[in-house]
Design a protein around this ligand. Sequence first.
Ligand code: FAD
Length: 284
Amino acid sequence: MIEPPLVSPPTLADAYRLLAESVYRPIAGGTDVLVQLSGQLGPPPDRLLDLWRLDELRGIELDGDALVLGALTTYSGIRRSAVCRDLLPALVEAAATVGAAQIQNRATLGGNIANASPAGDMLPVLLATDATIVVGSIRGERSIPARSFWTGYRQTALRPDEIVIRIRIPLVADRQVRFRKIGTRRAQAISKVVVGLSWVAPTSGSPWRTVRLGLGSVAERPIRVTATEAFLEGRLPTPDTAAEAAQRVAAEIQPIDDVRSTADYRRAVTARVLHRLIREAGSW
Ligand SMILES: Cc1cc2nc3c(=O)[nH]c(=O)nc-3n(C[C@H](O)[C@H](O)[C@H](O)COP(=O)(O)OP(=O)(O)OC[C@H]3O[C@@H](n4cnc5c(N)ncnc54)[C@H](O)[C@@H]3O)c2cc1C
């Protein structure tokens, strides 16, 4: 394990200045970065920029019609937050599946986003809720829709001197959001399939509108499956809808075989989970 030099700026402005002057690997909770220090997952970082002292990146609050979470929000913070529990329980459910208590106390939402693993558990929920990732640098802030944030295998739209500063999740009237993670165990499991699904319907008998289906671990990056979304748009959660949507999502994704699962298993489970979510929504 190498131990690269680490700077720990006291303010966000200091962090921006350092990032503008030199190349640093940001470190938040460090639960991914510490694994990267072994050098077994690619070149280890030369220099670390510790974000932990930056209070500007903390806090969970309501801002108009959006839930805003600082990049340093931990999973335990999400689980403890009454605002998250009341307004976006699917986010709390997702946070509760990450690692186990020790990881949840330290690991951050911003770290999950910037780490850009296709298996990142929070990312399908952010896709399903049309979240925006707000990033900052010495040049100012810009907002990147979650849908455009993950650009390839462990690649993001972040520029080298930018960091994630907050996440903005619009709160939509009559929207339902669902989360499911399939892993080997209930804790300390990297997902085989992660699903975030949302739709807008004023009553359980109303057709679905604004359908969003975000998936993890079935492609090189977290994805939205837009053809399946389009199929579900305007439909009721009936048995026919569920059967057809399950077939369509299985055809739309191109998962891979790897040490955690096979492509066939991932395709079958994704279809099954979607079928079940629609069945639960239709109460049949
Ligand atoms: C035992 C164990 C179990 C785990 N279980 C799960 C799991 O079940 N589900 C899951 O999704 N993940 C899991 N992880 C991975 C990890 O805990 C999460 O991805 C976590 O959210 C990373 O957050 P962090 O604050 O620790 O990130 P860090 O390790 O500090 O950083 C991760 C990456 O993001 C960058 N980064 C961090 N914050 C920022 C920022 N604000 N702006 C720009 N770049 C930034 C870093 O440079 C680094 O590349 C697990 C890890 C371990 C070690």
